[in-house]
Design a protein around this ligand. Sequence first.
Ligand SMILES: Nc1ncnc2c1ncn2[C@@H]1O[C@H](COP(=O)(O)OP(=O)(O)OP(=O)(O)O)[C@@H](O)[C@H]1O
Ligand SMILES: [Mg+2]
Length: 256
Amino acid sequence: MILEAVNLTKKYRGLTAVNSYTLRIEPGIIHGLIGPNGAGKTTVFNMLTSLVQPTEGKVLFLGEDITRKRPDQIAGLGLARTFQNIRLFKELSVLENIMIAAQIHKKYGLFSTLLCLPSFKQEEKEIVHKAEQLLETVGLIALKDHKARSLSYGNQRKLEIARALALSPKLLLLDEPAAGMNPNESIELMTMIKNIRDQYDLSILLIEHDIPFVMKLCEHIQVLNYGQLIAEGNPEEIRSNPEVIRAYLGRAAEHA
Ligand SMILES: Nc1ncnc2c1ncn2[C@@H]1O[C@H](COP(=O)(O)OP(=O)(O)OP(=O)(O)O)[C@@H](O)[C@H]1O
Ligand SMILES: [Mg+2]
């Protein structure tokens, strides 16, 4: 098991945002988490990555209890994520955004960096090379010297994915990767996510409101409603589940 969440609960004053949520992710799986606005999906991601401390429950990553670890420690262990509200260094270039993340794993410290020792020079070359490879993967290499701010919304989302990949993760969490993309862009993104899973040999957990996207891409899907897990299964099981249709899919279809 890559990741296991056991009875994760988050309470805010009068509100239970997530109630006794359980998750098991096997290696190589693309796992979807869906549900209406405010269902608790982002709160689940925040608990898995320690941005929010769970009120109850625990998270095991590669068998290790990471519930009380810091977000940077968790990223260092190989659990990387993107954000629903894009978080990039807007004034830095596309390439620099990736290089900063890639440096988390660098061997040489500030000392050799300041003195520009050969070890540092070699390492910097490797980091640039890795960053460029990642930009190839997400189709942004031609824009590497542009400021992140100047990218389209869809390309900023791709850049966030590349930045997460720079941490060499075993598990990648994507919070609404297709949000704001046009239909062609989301089809392209779907192919890209599959390639990433295969090429980098990792598991993916994604939140998404685009139901056709989730149904085509994910092998296993969970549905949250008012903080409660109401269904879990393969796309066919989810599509035909009466409670899911009543709580979410019916409504999503009305809005489509
Ligand atoms: N810091 C907080 N303080 C109080 N309530 C919060 C906090 N963060 C989230 N909530 C509440 O918890 C519930 C779940 O929010 P969350 O952002 O996890 O939902 P979501 O499923 O990601 O929704 P969306 O699809 O709109 O992104 C909501 O009712 C939200 O208002
Ligand atoms: Mg959310």
